[in-house]
Design a protein around this ligand. Sequence first.
Ligand code: SF4
Length: 385
Amino acid sequence: MSTEIAEILQRGADGGRITTEEALLLYTEAPFHELGEAADAVRRRRYPEGIVTYLIDRNINYTNVCVTACKFCAFYRAPKHKEGWSHDLDEILRRCAEAIDLGATQVMLQGGHHPEFGVEYYEELFGAVKREFPQLAIHSIGPSEIGHMAKVSEVSIEEAIKRIKAAGLDSIAGAGAEMLPERPRKALAPLKESGERWCEIMEVAHGLGLESTATMMMGTGETNAERIEHLRMIRDVHDKTGGFRAFIPWTYQPENNHLKGRTQATTVEYLRMLATARLYFNEIAHLQSSWLTTGKAAGQVSLHMGVDDLGSIMLEENVISSAGARHRSNLHGLIDMIRSAGRVPAHRNTLYEHLSVHWTPEDDPTDERVRSHVSSIALPLVEST
Ligand code: SF4
């Protein structure tokens, strides 16, 4: 290992700031184990008790109708397509009630850019969920949906955000980031807002008191430099607002869409990205890995690359399942993944507060019904190994 890389790793591990150029150097050239060790040192300093959190939530899709036609998306249907659907409010509330019965503390309401869904639609949706289930955190949508609804209703971004926040939206999920740099974003989603616009909308939302998570989709032909540029764009927003609670990268799933045949990011690339992000995002509190797209084995290794959160059991997920993600787990499996990696599992809420810490197996929850599900549009399940 070069002296330069050793010095950057040490500085990152000690909590110092690393530059974007240094992040690229670490991502592409740092020895794998040393990179993971430095990232894990950051995790240990932040979370010295070794706690790794998980969440119980449900992704509820209100519509698959979408005018944006992203090339990687296997979920959407164009307006007037015979397979297009929208769920009515009663169905969404029924799914929320079911989720609460299984211990969910959060719903992620996600959907396409329906040509008729403006701010009023989201006010009604969030308002109804909040009135009926005030105990559920609504952690939903992203800058793309906000931009779309503002356009449909012909109001400013600021007004759209104020109104949906007043209606009950608690925080922004930050999906739709995919790849923020211009070249890969145009290739993937030419009709979506630019990466710069994504960042601007996040900045406005954070300024109005709506915090969020930030995501990344790897593996559609972007370069290493573009991956790191994505991190830079997110860090620039966070430097101004402090509004990102977590960074959540995942790997592109290649089935049933227009990008078929592109290479997925390898597991090693994914793990290197997690470790680099942990070192680069010194100020962002949490790092979540996606066992849903990479599988339980990679999920477990990620806990040694700086990750402190394994995300959700996902009582329902349809979007990335439609594109080929088939990994599923029950709650015991998820807890076991954490404990057998030498960490302490803890059930958290949307704010990352611990609801219960499972110090020993005797503390584990016992509800066998809590497991990942997919709806009728998703692919057949296989248990992950
Ligand atoms: S990713 Fe979202 S915006 Fe893009 S086509 Fe799919 S549903 Fe529409």
